[in-house]
Write a protein that binds this ligand. Structure first.
Ligand code: NAD
Length: 428
């Protein structure tokens, strides 16, 4: 099939590469000229395991191409995926301008029947507006559909090849059949529904996962207060198949490009519908408070942070990505800076992105350099290499042997044996 993917970020590029891998003819469009130039040369602009290889294969086989020209890509396409960003506004409200603009540009170039399929996470309440844009800007026969994306950064290729489900939302039988045909090589249960339900599934999924994280972080507070162990509690909870193990890890809370903004968007569009989603507001509040909680734990170990050097390991919002959007680590660093701390930091992949937004901290070439002179180590991203740190050596480099483990990731027994004071989240 001939398809176009608009927006070649994390979602769009993976979508384009996967469908090219399944032998479709795929055009990727982006308004970012540099990104397109790099992609044409086979250079993936962000870190995502396995993606660069898939993109190179697609280019080599002639199944994948990249362009800035809507005209070239869209005219012959049967399905056009909209994968542009839907970032939150300053006030947390959702922002649809990129989606509206991409839909408009896409349908203007249409010559014959096509399905416009929204993959970006968009509030279901925006369906009518998108339909209106389509109607206004093309005479061509065109159906609207929604296939929300559930991939996780860090395992995006694997998640797209083997998803837990394929959700196809559309009111058109013809569009549904085309989308089913395209997804044929992907073995996963199908959920066939209308557009609004498909988009609600996406928001409900992210809100639920965020809820699990804030829930376990609340239980971790109880554990800290009574001397119980959150890891045993999570294990005992997760063994119940009605609950499950995933997303029951206590720590610094959730970040990234999805959970924070999608919970805020759900709160915002629920409000427009007259529903005060207090429950989800509290999930968000708990998440924000985790940073203050970590800072309180740092102060418990080292006293006021003013004038002290704090080592922060990990800047990416999670391991295996260079994405720092809504990273908990950045929130922590900003608050520590406000309190007068000096920050030394290291991340294996995310420093290039972090440098663009945080300029007044010390970036170092490895974890040991970051630890030099530190009054405390705060671990914020569970990169496997941080487990391999030689803490004997680290202890000699640090001013004070104090560890605050924001991801409950390090070997606390080993650290304590080496004379470190250790605090996790809900961990004895
Ligand atoms: P991103 O910011 O990485 O990429 C978006 C891309 O769209 C950018 O390259 C940008 O230049 C391009 N773009 C913007 N306007 C354009 C236009 N008019 N025409 C062509 N290109 C345009 O975003 P992302 O992380 O890939 O997310 C895309 C959507 O998918 C969002 O709605 C997000 O919520 C959703 N989503 C993201 C993830 C994830 O893990 N990143 C997972 C599931 C769903």
């Amino acid at each position: 099939m001939k398809i176009t993917v608009i927006g070649t970020g994390y979602v769009g590029l993976v979508t384009a590469a996967i469908f090219a891998h399944f032998n479709n003819q795929v055009g990727g469009i982006d308004i970012d000229q540099d990104k397109i130039k790099n992609l044409q040369a086979g250079q993936v602009p962000f870190y995502e395991p396995g993606l660069a290889e898939l993109v190179k294969q697609g280019l080599k086989k002639g199944k994948l191409y990249f362009t800035n020209s809507y005209k070239r890509a869209v005219a012959k396409s049967q399905i056009i995926f909209i994968c542009v960003g839907t970032p939150a506004k300053e006030n947390g409200d959702y922002q649809m301008k990129y989606v509206y603009s991409a839909v408009k540009s896409a349908v203007k170039g249409l010559k014959k029947y096509a399905v416009v399929c929204i993959k970006s996470t968009v509030p279901p309440t925006t369906k009518e507006k998108i339909e209106e844009i389509i109607k206004k800007n093309t005479q061509a026969d065109c159906d609207l559909a929604s296939c929300p994306e559930f991939l996780k950064e860090g395992s995006a290729v694997e998640d797209s090849l083997h998803p837990h489900r394929v959700v196809i939302g559309t009111e058109s039988k013809k569009a549904e059949e085309l989308l089913l045909k395209l997804h044929q090589p992907i073995k996963a249960p199908r959920v066939l529904t209308d557009i609004k339900s498909a988009q609600t599934i996406k928001y409900a999924a992210n809100a639920f996962l965020a809820t699990k994280i804030s829930f376990i972080n609340s239980i971790a507070r109880i554990c800290d207060a009574i001397g119980a162990d959150i890891q045993a509690v999570s294990q005992g909870l997760g063994l119940d198949p009605r609950i499950g193990h995933q997303f029951l890890k206590a720590g610094a809370g959730y970040g990234g490009s999805c959970f924070p903004k999608d919970t805020w968007a759900l709160i915002a569009f629920a409000k427009r519908l007259g529903y005060d989603f207090k429950f989800l507001k509290e999930v968000d509040n708990i998440n924000r408070q985790q940073i203050d909680y970590l800072i309180a734990r740092i102060v418990q170990l080292v006293g006021p942070v003013k004038g002290k050097t704090i080592t922060v390991l990990g800047l990416a919002f999670k391991p295996n990505t260079d994405d720092i959007r809504e990273s908990r680590s950045l929130s922590l660093i900003k608050k520590l800076k406000q309190k007068g701390a000096e920050i030394r930091t290291y991340d294996p992949q995310a420093m290039r992105n972090a440098r663009k937004v945080l300029t007044d901290i010390d970036y170092t070439d490895d974890a040991y350099q970051a630890l030099k002179g530190g009054s405390a180590l705060v671990l914020m991203t569970e990169w496997p290499e941080f487990r391999k740190i030689d803490f004997k050596k680290a202890g000699q480099l640090m001013k004070k042997k104090a560890v605050i483990d924001g991801r409950n990731f390090l070997d606390k027994e080993k650290l304590r044996k080496l004379g470190f004071e250790y605090k996790g989240v809900g961990r004895r």
